[in-house]
Ligand binder design. Sequence first.
Ligand code: ADP
Ligand code: MG
Length: 674
Amino acid sequence: MDVNSELHLINGVGEQITTKLNYLGLRTINDLINYYPRRYDDFSKIEKIKSIKPGQVTVAVKVKSTTGHYARKGLHITDAIVSDDSGSTRVTWFNQPYRLTSFKQDHEYFLTGKYELRYRRFAIFNPVVEAVSDFPVNTARIVPRYSVTKGISSSDIRRTLKKITSIINNIPETIPQEIINRYKLISRAQALKDIHFPLTLEDLKEAKRRLGFEELFMMILASELNKKEYQKSNAISINFDEQLARLFVQKLPFKLTDDQRKAIWQIYKDMTKQKPMNRLVEGDVGSGKTAVAAMAALMVINSGQQVAFMAPTELLARQHASTVNLMFKSIGLDDKVGLLIGAMTASQKDEIRKKIQTNKLMFIIGTHALIQEKVKAPNLALVIIDEQHRFGVKQRQALKLKANTQPHLLSLSATPIPRSLALTLFGELNISRLIEKPIDRRPIKTTLLSESQLERHIEAITKELKEGRQAFIVSPSIDSHPIYSVNEIFKWANNRFSEFKVGIIHGKLKAEEKNKIMDDFIEHRLDILVATTVIEVGIDVPNATTIIIFDADNFGLAQLHQLRGRVGRGEYPGKALLVYADNKTPSDRLRAIESSNDGFKLAELDLKIRGPGAIYGKIQHGLLDLRIAGLDDAKLINQAREAALYFVNNNISLTKYKQLAKEVSILQKVTNLN
Ligand code: ADP
Ligand code: MG
């Protein structure tokens, strides 16, 4: 048995537990070892009941009795009387009726919770419970809590891990010994053991420091190695034609913002070099990234080279194509622009491909079908990736050029990489930021409201629809959800807005169907569009002024910000109604999004609330797999950076460190075209 063995091979781990661990995405022993606790409860300072004071307390108690009742509809109360050898106290849980049976009479438990006066009685309210029998005597009482699903508990995970301690103890080292020594890190094996079974808070701290260092070190190393590689490879130098740039700007229907100018200038400067550009343009929704991309493409085409512009969805690709076509028409270059998407017929695609291959089309806009379907662009010199986080590693690799030059790479993103992160971790990446908004954009008014409060807004929305505006209604896309599935919401919308035309769009529709519905909405044959997050990115319908998002807590901050960016894009102000279920209260995240319209600020906030992994981790594995390291730990970041640079600058080969080399090369691929 080794780290790659499947979980059912562990002695004493039955099929039932294995199935449940599989639910959590854990298949191998390695998966389990790398499943870090979400938080820790500290049961180490046990107090006697006689001496507890109001505030957070931990006691070790025996259960005397438990009772449960409904105080009113929707409020269940479980009361228990518990005691130790010094006295007894009351314990109360709200809406956790299962405590009645799980908290067993005469059994012993550790409880941690708030001891306070409520309803004229002192009690420990809503405490966390841990069975004393789950702990071998005399061990620590810092209890790891894992993220679990129904049917499996943190102690199941703990018990399973306990059975493989000998494997954990023998986990090989990944970081070179000299670095371990220099930064006084504990071994990988020790760290993994302590992250799951910390004896003291000090042990836990050291385990986190070690694992955090490792994450940062690898990520910075990967980025620095990429940078070095980039600096070695060649790219085609793009001529800067000032007159052409001026002419193009003159023909634009708007005046560029200073940030747009600056970004374009930086791109031109990058591309005149014979080294491949690797630049990210970050700009909040509506900040005008498309125009920046178009101007980058302009210079490349003017130099006789080709450009590929990739969007995450066909809807967006089509939208970009029509925007770019308009812009290029004004200077007579629109016949160089072509769209290539999956929805086209085979012969249409063939024709486009031929034109690309023979240099008749110089600016190709499409989705990643563009890459998957064997496009040969002999003079490809610039790749533009819109909403870059939507692209996987493989898709990027597929864009590699056969020639010995690399295309310049321009990424556009509305999900900003927080500044702290960009500076410390992405040394290879140059960033332009579009902070200034195009002048006529008004902030979107965001309101949090419960479902029943939503009713009060129906009239106002109806009025706006009657005045000719349009609305989006977003479902959290739970297929079978009894209330919030896109189909249920479609029914609701048809019912509440019966005098208007309502359409529905979601990921399961065929591409042609999606295109048709989107066109119907854009051309106002539909008043309301009920949608899943397929509309999240980039969709531009200036006449849409209202977006209702159901079960808003189900979305990430960045996602909500993107979604509300779908409205208020024209001359009319936009409003976003974020709806939460009646029996819930809005989360900190929702409050944050209500109070700020600044995508950069929200990204920093999301980082604080959820950690970096949560922002990007789900979207693109590997890009930001910082599960332990905090970005506010400047000292640790500096040390990891120093160690990584020491490696790169001294040309130390990674071949000696197999595991390190493997993981770093995976990370490298995420941001590199190689
Ligand atoms: P995003 O950054 O979200 O991709 P877009 O590039 O789609 O934004 O631009 C949003 C809208 O703003 C488009 O309709 C575009 O024509 C318009 N726009 C872009 N730049 C400016 C500007 N400098 N002034 C006014 N409108 C602009
Ligand atoms: Mg865009």
